[in-house]
Write a protein that binds this ligand. Sequence first.
Ligand code: GLN
Length: 444
Amino acid sequence: AYIERIHNLDKDLQAYLTVLEKEAQAQASEIDRKIAQGGELGALEGIPMAMKDNMCTEGIRTSCASKILKEFYPPYDATVTTRLKDAGSILLGKLNMDEFAMGSSTENSAYLKTRNPWKLECVPGGSSGGSAVSVAADLAAFSLGSDTGGSIRQPAAFCGVVGLKPTYGAVSRFGLIAYASSLDQIGPLTKTVRDNALVMNAIAGYDSQDSTSVRYDKPDYTKFLLNDIKGLKIGIPREYFGEGIEPEVAKGIQESIETLRNLGAEVSECSLPHTEYAIPAYYLIATAEASSNLARYDGVRYGYRAQAEDVLGMFRKTRAEGFGQEVKRRIMLGTYALSSGYYDAYYLKAQKVRTLIKQDFDQAFEKFDVLLSPAAPTPAFKFGEKSNPLAMYLSDITTVPINLAGIPAISVPAGFVNGLPIGMQLMGKHFNEGTLYRVAYTFE
Ligand code: GLN
């Protein structure tokens, strides 16, 4: 049924970069046989899903939506791929994204223009646009995305699905093609909060192959789906409702806050005073790390190689032809920020600001269990509307502080503005994904 929907709808929606029809059908037949023999199925066994094209899948093209990885067929699986295989999920294919996960609209893909299923003239958000659309349009039962500065939560909000960015270190990054390593996290996009918890049960947990993976007591996340939030303390950071946030969006989120109050949560305002410095700090740190991570694409080891007279010429031509405009912009920005003479003024300063932002959250979490805000300042915007890169960067204001602090956050559907879905963001303490699920579940 999912393959059929992909055939019918993906011509217009363009969520998939690769569809694994034969492989998926074969796996489905296996499951059928198992059911016929009276076998018991695990929670994710036989469930058709899809993954963002920056997660390695052995023998299956993994392009990062970049020309430079056009012919990259990884020789190994990412840990999340292995874990979903072990759980028996069926991989339907690989999903479109902004090139190397750089962007907020999926317009930076070198290959496809993914559309928002609610309004085809609008973007799906990004960078995990394909991941959000595949779930919203029932082209997959769930998907995985990655979130460096909002790339799971913002497209989830734009497409009306649930998206979780887990705590940094909760889900292994082994086999995730790196954008900004100190910020990247993989997480699930789903139709429901329950589904989200089930996928986290499968993918989260320590992995010795990722040096930043954390050993922690991984709970059964479905235990938090209680329908009871009495006495829970919820903070509303005022900086997330002010300048730059569309009033209709703020109003929509206020309604959800009222609902939580009526259900017995203790809601009050709070402040995260360094929020206004999050965008500049993020775009320095993320581009600095990206410039270093992307140095490996030189035409020698992966994917694309341009023909040239000598080796240096080959490097130059490969990178000139292989990377898109936004990726080049960021490599230049990051290289500049890391150069001697500028390092202290930019990179080091940004790292100090990052600490202040983290401290804002630490202080807020002394008083509150959860913080609540809009997931994005506006609903989905039209293609081409944010052609100025700076305008695009500024639209990340509600999501990037969370990655800088390393805390978990979830976006859940919270109604509509002008016929487009909006998302409510819940932020939690490190490794407290369960509490986020508990609050989010009351809306289900
Ligand atoms: N929009 C942000 C950026 O372009 C976040 C992207 C992401 O989370 N991968 O960097």
